[in-house]
Design a protein around this ligand. Sequence first.
Ligand SMILES: Cc1cc2nc3c(=O)[nH]c(=O)nc-3n(C[C@H](O)[C@H](O)[C@H](O)COP(=O)(O)OP(=O)(O)OC[C@H]3O[C@@H](n4cnc5c(N)ncnc54)[C@H](O)[C@@H]3O)c2cc1C
Length: 552
Amino acid sequence: MMIHPEPTHEPDSGRLDADVLIVGAGVTGIYQLYMARQAGFSVRVLEAGAGVGGTWFWNRYPGCRFDSESYTYAYLFSKELFDEWEWHEQFAGQPETERYLNHVVDRFDLRRHIRFDTWVTSMTFDEPTGTWTVAADDGSNFRSRYVIAATGVLSVPFYPDVPGRQDFRGQAFHTGLWPASPVDFTGKRVAVIGTGSSGVQIAPVIVGDAASLNVYQRSANWCTPLNNAPITPEEQEQLRAGFEAMREVLNASTAGFLHPANERSAFDDTAEERQAFFETMWRSPGFSKLSSNYSDVLFDEAANAEWCEFIIRKIRDIVQDPDTAERLIPNDHGFGGKRPPFVTGYYEMFNDPKVSLVDLQLTPIMRITERGIETADGEQEFDIIVWATGFDFGTGALLRMGIRGRDGLTLADHWAEGPKTFLGVQTTGFPNMFFPGGPHAAAGNNPRYNGDQVEFITRTLTFLGDHGFDTIEVGPEAENAWTAMVDRGSGQSPFGEASYFFGANIPGKPRKYLLNSGGRPKLFKEFAKVEANGYEAFRLSRSSDGGDGRQG
Ligand SMILES: Cc1cc2nc3c(=O)[nH]c(=O)nc-3n(C[C@H](O)[C@H](O)[C@H](O)COP(=O)(O)OP(=O)(O)OC[C@H]3O[C@@H](n4cnc5c(N)ncnc54)[C@H](O)[C@@H]3O)c2cc1C
């Protein structure tokens, strides 16, 4: 059992509920809680859900699982934790990940700092005292010096604007808000709307029990096999023995994965060699099809087209009905233009006579009816509709939290043209507020990026305490420079503007790149620079200064 230091920073004269108030108890919020406690701060976490886990609490749908290898997604701050937890699969399913996060919370005695079922509805900065007041939907209020919104990038489920959604008399579920009690698909006529990462995960898992399954596809995606496998006892031993080496590789990796980069270009190889290599890629695990593929496959049109042709041949080989196969071939983007899903048995599922593909490009949904779904082709009756229609990515949660900073500035106004951040951790006009794992944060294996930010934020809070400052706000120059870097870099991103990484799935959302263009090396470099120059990019002050602190 670990012994944890008691907080050394007491809340000011009892007026504050905590030094640090964290919103969200997902992977990021839990780590932030652990780190801030280790650094000696009093911490309170507010979480809308009834349990910990964030993504892995809400997305309980059958088939939900990682596309990151379990052990590279896990926390790496404690070798003991790594040794004692046994991941069963290369890509763990949701139940295992939720169990893991609960284990971490209890193992490090963190649960007592978390208040569940608490939906934050407003966060207001009080300039004279340099503190935040956070209000929740149950009427409770909390005051803290620092607020850390670990509210996630994929935590606001999105429904397309289809008329009649509320009219449906059967059962309807969004994959991102799945109920805790299991849904029984036995003998049911089921519709799955959406063929992004969640839709293509759930469909093959529920099809066995269902009487029929209709998959409603707006645009096809480049699905490739996840190639999941159990972790054998020998591999378990190797993982433990190789912990330090793995951590080093992950720390040096731009995207936070173990998959080695490939130096070769597609046309360094002959046509036969390319086919053999693509076959290796097809059989390789998860994201290695991006990370370890030919170095130009995501960036060179001809190389990308060759890889797409390979996948098209696979689709045609697997799917017996030629018309269904053709409709499953993406026609609006190349591989990587949108976040490519990884699948188990997805294409094969279409050979089951009870499965139909509905192409919404040919027959769009007109409305949801009491009995089912009406497309341009007529009405189809269902018992269950599954909405696998994604999330308001990146900014969704932050912009729904009623955040008001200095001079009453709302975050919604400040980000009206898209998010503006420095290092994806702070934005100008919102002193003492941080948002690890938010926009401009990750571009790969999320916990690795988010963890980097959490560690930087924790060091920053310690720096402030050690130097007698209690207010920190990034200056507009640094914010503009980082945001411009992200925007410029988006041009080199494989993801195109049709991707939800640009907000393309949300009507009216500014088309701004929401990931981190620079990768982890850029983040590390900037963190080091900030810390070496004593936080020049920030305005630091003491609340007793009346705001006239040091200008960064
Ligand atoms: C189905 C699915 C699969 C994924 N697979 C991968 C993967 O393989 N690899 C990968 O790197 N990433 C994956 N992701 C991305 C995933 O979201 C991140 O990896 C990670 O879980 C984010 O953790 P987080 O703590 O930052 O946010 P979250 O896990 O989203 O947690 C945020 C928490 O904040 C809470 N919250 C939000 N707003 C409020 C509010 N106003 N008041 C109170 N609480 C609030 C939410 O309830 C939630 O619990 C996946 C996402 C989904 C949806």
